[in-house]
Write a protein that binds this ligand. Structure first.
Ligand SMILES: NC(=O)c1ccc[n+]([C@@H]2O[C@H](COP(=O)([O-])OP(=O)(O)OC[C@H]3O[C@@H](n4cnc5c(N)ncnc54)[C@H](OP(=O)(O)O)[C@@H]3O)[C@@H](O)[C@H]2O)c1
Length: 201
């Protein structure tokens, strides 16, 4: 069941969006958000890739705001996100691709979002060659359990089966899948498949 009743994403005016881990396979999601008029704050460590992404948004309706921080440093991540909210307003949409090397980071992001009274859709992107990402984990329980104003959404990255074999998704397929999840405001989106898990590449 949707947590937010009939509030569709299209009915919200564009505003401040956050993409954590946005300079890699989610680059296409960041530029799509800027095309759509969002002010997108992007977390990653590498300044050069962040600045290149920001420059790509020149001339678009929206903008890209680099946040160069290591999300394994919870204190620094929290401070940077709070600063972004102060300067660009409440975050209405978050897309988070966070490695398991930072087990605290999903909760830090959620904590900042929950301080806002404004509803925020939190799309957590999961994908791993090591374990089936469609199996809910402790972060799913925590984030789903928080409830409004945090509206939790899951995007699961699987693999493709073709010609009797299988392969991992391309960056473009992953970015397109995340964009479709955001456009549809789906609670759970599967990109590719995870079944059977034994058929993965
Ligand atoms: N199911 C699938 O098919 C599947 C699933 C997952 C991945 N993959 C493949 O694996 C490739 C590599 O995945 P990836 O996640 O390593 O690369 P990625 O998506 O290309 O990059 C990860 C993003 O997170 C940022 N990041 C990483 N560690 C960070 C940290 N500690 N603090 C802040 N930001 C951090 C990176 O920027 P910085 O490095 O600058 O910090 C980058 O923006 C993908 O491009 C994809 O092809 C496939």
């Amino acid at each position: 069941m949707r947590q937010d009743g009939a509030i569709g994403l299209r009915r919200l005016s564009r505003g401040h969006a956050l993409v954590v881990g946005g300079t890699g396979m989610l680059r296409g999601v960041v530029t799509w958000l800027a095309e759509q008029g969002w002010a997108a704050s992007v977390v990653a460590r590498g300044r050069e890739r962040l600045l290149a992404l920001r420059d790509e948004a020149e001339g678009l309706d929206g903008s890209i705001r680099p946040i160069p921080v290591d999300y394994r440093d919870s204190g620094a991540l929290r401070a940077e996100l709070l600063s972004a909210v102060r300067s660009a307003g409440p975050i209405r949409l978050a897309v988070c691709w966070i490695h398991s090397t930072a087990p605290e980071a999903p909760g830090v992001v959620a904590e900042v979002l929950r301080r806002q009274s404004t509803p925020c859709r939190y799309f957590r992107v999961r994908g791993s060659p090591a374990r089936d990402p469609s199996v809910p984990d402790s972060h799913d329980a925590l984030l789903h359990g928080m409830g409004p104003p945090l509206l939790y959404r899951r995007v699961i990255l699987g693999f493709r089966r073709d010609d009797g074999g299988s392969r991992w998704l391309t960056d473009s397929e992953m970015a397109s899948g995340v964009i479709e999840a955001v456009r549809g405001d789906s609670e759970r989106t599967m990109v590719g498949t995870t079944e059977p898990w034994s058929a993965r590449p």
